[in-house]
Design a protein around this ligand. Sequence first.
Ligand code: KIV
Ligand code: ZN
Length: 516
Amino acid sequence: MSNQVVIFDTTLRDGEQALPASLSSKDKLQIALALERLGVDVIEAGFPVSSPGDFESVQNIAKHLTTAIPCGLSRALSADIEACGKALSVSERFRIHTFIATSDLHVNTKLRKTQDEVVDMAVAAVKHARSFTDDVEFSCEDAGRTHIDYLCRMVEAAISAGATTVNIPDTVGYTTPTEFGGIIHQLYNRVPNIDKAIISVHCHNDLGLAVANSLAAVENGARQVECTVNGIGERAGNCSLEEIAMILQTRQQRLGMQTNIQSQEIMRTSKLVSQICNMPVQSNKAIVGANAFSHSSGIHQDGVLKAQNTYEIMTPESVGINKNNLNLTSRSGRHVIKHRMIELGYKDSDFDLDTLYSAFLKLADKKGQVFDYDLEALVFFDQQKHEEAFYKLTYLHANSGKSILPNATVTVKMGDEEKSASAMGNGPVDSAFNAIIQATGLTQLEIVDFKLDSKGEGADALAQVSVVAKYNNRRFTGIGLATDIVEAGVKALVYVLNNTYLADQIDQRKLQIAGV
Ligand code: KIV
Ligand code: ZN
């Protein structure tokens, strides 16, 4: 049996479906290209039948990938499989991933079918998917709670029908490592045609065991692990890509496995996903948390200074954390910024130096010193574009204090028209939001979430605000980054307004095309 473990990333499907608002096609492509550079083998780009937006972004990703295999998810239904085939066939090589639930609970209560009917549906789905591609993955949803006899029957039937990868998901994160490893072990012992397919696992983290269960599965013969960057995903998330990859790399001598993951790309990809998805990474998170390589106690610091491996089992450099000795200030020239970006692992094509440099100068004027994480935040975050699509904030003044009623005045440019408004609220951000809503007249916009995070360290950090708002029954997200919290909040709201404006434009265009 090969010792190569295929890394199947589902950040853009299982991870994305857990976000409060969906990502734009451009954001998804940016993540897909970062995953490809990270060395991921298969990228599950979305669920094409679920919406025209998902279809379009799966297709767009399939067009742009050169080494990773694009994949789309489908239920065991013809329409889903056809949508996958259509979206992905822009690429020479692609995978269709089709699934159906197999546990008694799901079969009886959710599907309301007999076990035989479910096997027939699975077989038909795999055969149909094979008419589009030779690379077909079949998943037994809720396999972790499926009776082993039925699971063996299903796996055998899927492989006979043409599945080249069979995935065993612990959909609800219920199993323990010995138990889950045992399921894989039994499949290898009992399914006669098991050697005709790669056995994959897809573990959720409800009991915090997703990575441990995936590892146990690999130790018992699984050769594909499905995972997400930073472990994002439904509920408590999925197996974390960076953790499983670094386990296999760091304990290579014990486990004897290898992957195509370029570990030095891990940190950058983690930051990109965290930034675009607006999902902060906890500081004590293994591999990519801010404290993952910092030593606090005197004894540890002393040990690391004498020999790094006293308290470090892998080096920060191996996951792409580089120490920066350059002081970046408003006196730093364009070439210094470019040089630093290249040192951080970016290619020229990853950023527009003019845009980045002008954003850098503005920030350096406000902050004094600019750090690596500031630069990366500016790259990941093409704020200006979203701030100026139609609505543009040209003036902001907010007051608050112990004996003052919070109030704010804003001026917003809408195309060629400019309007000012003043309003009060329960704080300076709320006042500024009320003033913006008043100036733009978008009273139907409802703010459903407001999150404040800091990018960087200490009082010097940048404020990052994310806003989720409902408008015309759809949800829109916006992110704002600034040295000032009120300004960051307002930028996030303006970003949302521009997203609603763009969505209205697209809707109107569609109506025009349809001749309405
Ligand atoms: O968790 C799960 O079972 C899934 C399947 C669709 C693979 O996400
Ligand atoms: Zn899942």
